[in-house]
Design a protein around this ligand. Sequence first.
Ligand code: FES
Ligand code: MG
Length: 583
Amino acid sequence: MPPSHETDPQDAAQGMAKGLTNYGDRGFSLFLRKAFIKGAGYTDGALDRPVVGIANTGSAYNPCHGNAPQLIEAVKRGVMLAGGLPMDFPTISVHESFSQPTSMYLRNLMSMDTEEMIRAQPMDAVVLIGGCDKTVPAQLMGAASAGIPAIQLITGSMLTGSHRSERVGACTDCRRYWGRFRAEEIDAQEIADVNNQLVASVGTCSVMGTASTMACIAEALGMTVPGGASPPAVTADRIRVAEQTGTQAVQIARERLTIDKVLTAKAFENAMRVLLAIGGSTNGIVHLTAIAGRLGFEVDLKALDRMGRETPVLLDLKPSGDHYMEDFHHAGGMATLLRELKPLLHLDALTVTGRTLGEEIERAGPGFPQDVVRTRANPIYPQGGIAVLQGNLAPGGAIIKQSAANPLLMEHEGRAVVFENAADMAERIDSPDLDVTADDILVLKNIGPKGAPGMPEAGYIPIPLKLAKAGVKDIVRISDGRMSGTAFGTIVLHVTPEAAVGGPLAHVRSGDRIRLSVKERALELLVAPQELARRAAERPVMPPTAERGYRKLFLQTVTQADQGVDFDFLRAPQTQARVPSGK
Ligand code: FES
Ligand code: MG
């Protein structure tokens, strides 16, 4: 199977340089590939075109990608209309709810699969079909490392459902209803009824969770066609985006618009700006760090925090606001948001259309009255959704989604109630004997990158049952884990270094006092350094290991949150600028 460029001797040499397999001499290699692909009924005419690979992540285990067959059909149509040859191929698919021990554990594996399949198979460009939380980051990481022209196609959000006339959607409402059930506000029949309504169609979670965040980020990075982030999965708009994506894929193949020309420092800064302005998932930071790391860019969390102070949250979507992704789409999608953010963006950043982000904003035309994207003068929240904390409890940083936190708890000092790991928490959190009040701070250790492993979304520590029953809705919570982008509360996450590698978090004990000041960006353990050193000597931490397999690779090579939880050997040498530049 020849990539089209092998018909040109100079390009064929490039193909070899890319490491394309050659069986004997080049002529025989081409002869052999053609012979095999002709077994599927292709003619020479079909093979003499730009080849567009399509990464198919459809899977019965992944309802978020349930429209993959329709998308692939539309991408193929677009590719063929533009004179290319579409070739779909399978890769790993990762769904949030069906990935043990956690989807994050598999993200890097999916990125390796994506990278190596792009490298292994002849293709001049690749369309990446992703949607569920970890899939888009995995695909962008893999494609960034593979280095060929690439374009992202988002599967799109699910529709919202309706429960007793109330609009509901996964999965902020999942948590809310489950919280009400735990507090005995609703009965078993009602919680069973709502279970049928939370996911009303195929597609990704309809609130500003990680999937929606990564969709918006992919468009802000310039990696999708304009308007590629917001159309719901089952709409005609989504299918049209797929067709356009196929057409554009042929274009980037012809122009050799490789991914490094799109994923520049400016593109990453635009994406960070958008992450902050949409009140995006905290996971977005980890994923952006990992994608940037594949191209040699290091993320500067302090500069990101400074950027946050001057970036208001404009998008009124749950969990920070009121609407769902389909409303954002009806309000004009990313064009509406980008138009409002324009003074804060690098308008000269190149996108996969070959035009700049600024040109695409112009082409989208004027805005119209709507109530989903606010103006900068009237934001949902005056600062960026995410604040970066520092202090002796988190020397490498920690984050809090301040837009989803309780303002009354953001300046808080309290007594630590410590859980050593997820199992310890599960065992004790609902015990009537748990010594806890609403003023305490819940601390959960060992759910970081190596601790659990895979940094599960267990940072959303439930309210202890006895407090929940007493009507407590929020309490300060701290961990080295992540939380779902659809969760809300005063929750400190990504404490770095994690407990499992001996970070200070490992040595917190129940009864210690902790101070959180979001205003000062501080997270302090009010325990003397000598006492902490004594505890560390008394109970030294042994990082976890595994005997064999992927788990062994994972535990040996996974990095901390500030490096994107990528494997160390997959990151590029950090030779580029730090992003954001802070300017
Ligand atoms: Fe796939 Fe939420 S479970 S996006
Ligand atoms: Mg999620």
